[in-house]
Design a protein around this ligand. Structure first.
Ligand code: V47
Length: 361
């Protein structure tokens, strides 16, 4: 294979990868244009195996949104609804805890909690939500609120981002999910998520979270109006912050799903999806984990992505709404047995993990 790589149009980038040299923004743009998908995949797999050898991780978790009410109105999103929309919902804290209880079985170790930017709920609602979930289910790790929500809580409460995070941590927050980054570009921000945290604000929340000892994830939403240059800068910004703090655990490329959105457009293709996973693995040389989120890629491609740089396949999930409202045809849940089978059949060793990537027997 290495002889084939030497003849590939990305042979010079390959040399850097084998020499453990950091790729540049220009290298990244080249990788977005190469037709040599197998060479790209081989390089990403090479790096992935250096980090994790044959291991591929999964988590036994559930997702439960507290509300889909959102005033931001981002045109790529089919999940958020204005308050008067017949599909808008919000749970009281009692309802939330009850519903969550119905979804839990003995084995679940994580709940993923996100919502929209709700124009009316006070900051105390979110603190109490975390506190009540932790009191009711002390063994659960609470991965909650994107940096966009944290930034919004700071605006509605008049507290600093630091104070908002301190109060949530005190209530039982365990880590931050990676959503809301979209593409960290001023142009993309202005065009498709102008009412939400800007790239600088999103990065600031993660910086403060890391300073407070909270681990977090990062995402990119690809396949809409963004350019390869913008994605390369997205990686560069994340890589710089990670050099500074070391607080990111995992990066998750999210494929844009256009159904029921104002932005519309076409779904991504398999080649594009594998390219994004592989480039993420090569550019984010200081991120331990790259996730092929099966909800977004569907199970078959998420499995193949394990050979294109991904080492984590996320979890059992249950009750996902953001992608399914935008047309995702992936199942609503997978069992632990199904996750293990996907990983094993792909030639890797399944490792059940907790939310901080510690193996669980
Ligand atoms: O930030 C919204 C994206 C994200 C659409 O940290 C869409 O482990 C595709 O961040 N098509 C939220 N994507 C989901 C998220 C996430 C999911 C799973 C695990 C983790 C983690 C994080 O979903 C949003 C946005 O970028 N999104 N609408 C859409 N139509």
């Amino acid at each position: 294979m290495e002889a084939l790589i030497a003849r590939s149009e990305i042979a010079d980038v390959a040399e850097k990868v084998f020499a453990d040299e950091r790729l540049t923004i220009e290298d990244c743009i080249r990788l977005y244009h190469t037709r040599d998908l197998l060479a790209l995949g081989y390089l990403a797999d090479y790096v992935r195996r250096k980090w994790h050898s044959e291991k591929a991780y999964y988590v036994v978790n559930v997702h439960l949104n507290y509300s889909n009410v959102c005033y931001a109105g981002c045109p790529f999103c089919a999940f958020g609804k204005y308050p008067k929309d017949p599909e808008a919902f919000e749970f009281s804290i009692d309802e939330y805890v009850e519903r969550l209880g119905q979804m839990l079985w003995d084995d679940v170790t994580e709940v993923h909690i996100v919502g929209g930017l709700h124009p009316k709920l006070p900051f105390d609602y979110y603190v109490n939500l975390v506190r009540r979930v932790k009191e009711a289910f002390p063994h659960l790790h609470i991965k909650a609120f994107t940096a966009t929500e944290i930034h919004f809580f700071s605006k509605i409460s008049g507290l600093s981002v630091h104070e908002v995070l301190e109060r949530l941590i005190e209530a039982g927050l365990g880590s931050l999910p990676g959503g809301g980054a979209e593409v960290l570009s001023e142009r993309v921000h202005e065009l498709i998520y102008p009412r939400k945290a800007s790239p600088k604000e999103w990065l600031y929340v993660h910086r403060v979270a890391h300073q407070l000892g909270l681990k977090s994830n990062a995402t990119i939403l690809y396949g809409h109006i963004e350019t390869p240059e913008e994605k390369a800068i997205h990686f560069e910004l994340l890589r710089q912050l990670q050099d500074e703090t070391g607080g990111f655990m995992c990066f998750i490329p999210l494929a844009y799903h256009p159904a029921n959105t104002k932005l519309g457009g076409k779904p991504t293709t398999g080649v594009q999806d594998l390219r994004e996973i592989a480039i993420a693995r090569l550019m984010l040389d200081n991120f331990p984990h790259i996730k092929s989120y099966w909800i977004s890629l569907d199970t078959k491609l998420a499995q193949v992505a394990l050979s294109f740089g991904a080492d984590d396949i996320d979890g059992t999930v249950v009750n996902e709404k953001i992608f399914h409202m935008a047309g995702a045809e992936s199942p609503m849940a997978l069992t632990e047995t199904e996750l293990r089978r996907l990983i094993t059949e792909a030639g890797f060793i399944p490792v059940r993990r907790n939310s901080l990537y510690e193996p669980i027997n």
